[in-house]
Write a protein that binds this ligand. Structure first.
Ligand SMILES: [Zn+2]
Length: 204
């Protein structure tokens, strides 16, 4: 029997809630690869922190290339790149799954960090599919800002329908499973019983 050798790479996915340290973990892994002499390229479509750089909350940073779509990641890839990092993967189209597949098949190591669910607890399909495709999946938790348990939810304090507000992390809170349910009930009560406006004839 004849075996064929393969030069394929692999896919790593880092998911979790906001404030769970996903970008820090991505940058740590990329830095490790860089120190070993591997050529690293990082893609992002998040300009919140800095132009052409991915920056974590603890201010680690790495140069990055802006890519609006998954196709732009593939188009801008340098021929000698060994390691491909993608930050905020949930903002990309689902074509990212096929791009990662192709890159791994061509010997690249692809590391994607991103949110696994939106503030309504609905999964981001691009990240869910990447988790199924990846060799390695790391799920990180934040600390619940109410009780200190592991937080998997992104509770949105501001009203509105968008899945994730870009550049508005102060509008979110990491909550655990239980505190999220309490927060949902509290918000419904606020909707049912809005605070009455003060009567104009009342003396303060
Ligand atoms: Zn909690």
């Amino acid at each position: 029997m004849r075996y064929f050798t393969t030069t394929a790479g692999w896919i790593e996915v880092i998911v979790g809630s906001m404030f769970s340290g996903k970008t820090t973990e991505l940058l740590r892994r990329l830095d490790r690869m860089r120190r070993a002499g591997r050529k690293v390229q990082v893609f992002s479509r998040d300009r919140r922190f800095a132009e052409n750089a991915v920056v974590s909350h603890d201010r680690l940073h790495t140069p990055s290339t802006w890519a609006e779509t998954s196709a732009e990641i593939e188009a801008q890839l340098k021929p000698d790149t060994d390691i491909v990092g993608v930050d905020e993967g949930q903002f990309y189209d689902e074509g990212l799954v096929d791009v990662c597949r192709r890159l791994a098949a061509r010997g690249r190591v692809v590391i994607v960090a991103g949110l696994d669910q939106d503030w309504r607890t609905e999964p981001f399909m691009v990240m869910a599919r990447l988790m199924a495709e990846a060799e390695f999946v790391t799920k990180l938790n934040a600390v619940c800002s109410r009780c200190g348990n592991p937080a998997i939810r992104n509770w949105r304090k501001a009203a509105g329908g968008e899945r994730i507000l870009l550049g508005a992390e102060e509008s979110y809170q990491a909550l655990c499973r239980g505190c999220y349910e309490v927060a949902v009930l509290e918000s419904r009560q606020i909707e049912m019983f809005p605070a009455a406006p003060p009567k104009s004839d009342e003396k303060p």
